[in-house]
Design a protein around this ligand. Sequence first.
Ligand SMILES: Cc1ncc(COP(=O)(O)O)c(C=O)c1O
Length: 369
Amino acid sequence: MFATVKPRAEGDFWLAQTHGASPALLFDPGRVRRTWRALEDALPGVTLYYAVKSNNHSTLLNVLADMGASFDVASAPEVTQLISLGVGVNRMIHTHPIKTDKEMAASTGFGVETFVVDNIDELWKLVPYRHDIRVMLRLAFVAPDAPVDLSRKFGAQPADALDMLAMAGSLGLNVDGLCFHVGSQAASAVTHAHALNVCIDLAAEAARREIADITRIDIGGGFPAQYGDVPVDFEHFCAPIREAMTRVPEHISLLAEPGRAISAPSMTLVARVIGRSHRDTGWWYYLDDGVYGAQSGRLFDHIDYPMVIYTDGVERSPAVFAGPTCDSIDRFGDQESLPILAVGDVIVIHEMGAYTVATACHFNGVAPR
Ligand SMILES: Cc1ncc(COP(=O)(O)O)c(C=O)c1O
């Protein structure tokens, strides 16, 4: 964890934004619009499907829906939520590789058409729905520079892709897409570009063997949020993808499923020190938000959020931060040396919209904000 220290009085700016409430997540719709457009500009011609799982707050979904965004869903409840906000199912793809029959019945019942598979059992599960759906085959590619690896859990090996396409065809399934997710918060798009190139070649080979007509490739998520000092530049980040896009044949359209890159910048956490205790390891500061709240991503998403601390403390001491619950796991970040904080000091964490409230819970009766 790294922390920036600023004068306590400047923290009042943030408390004014929340009308004195803490913990609170401040939502900035302008950031959502700007980030979405920046990613669209960096990936010309690619249809973006916002990954609802990263943050399904209705206010955020509404901003995106109003912009005409499409959505990547993982469950029927996400489909229901979007429908309740007026989003048509033609703007949704269902990308969870593992589905129960109940899930399939519910999602197809709503009219969702696109589903994802990555294994043979799943192909069989889709057979009863084959007349109503289009299928994308998910392949595993790992970005070594992404802290969240999804390929160990999901994705068929590219070497097995043609056999799986052939089998899907023999089962009467319409597999018209290939997709991948290289891992979340990738440091570069080198793996996206490599995976796209492999998919282009597989699509050509599938056509040559007449086993599938691939008309779309979904390059997934993995686009980064800014957790450090260096601003994210989508134009620069996506350059390797644009290079690979020059090889995409005209009959193949491209999709992407950004989650974090869109939702993270949309929210800022404002928290306060609600208690402190001098223990043998130095000062412990108990905040009104912790790993069961908006900072749940510290556990589930492996992100070490940089803090901005507003205090008038001068004398320094080792410091440990903890959340408001009684659980010992609810602590984060030891600092070797920090000004000694006071109760009421303000902590602000930016880029707190992705995999934060989405994974928070009500442990100890403390409601996530
Ligand atoms: C299938 C799928 N698509 C998209 C995403 C969003 O990824 P990211 O937040 O890295 O953009 C995820 C994240 O887990 C995912 O599982």
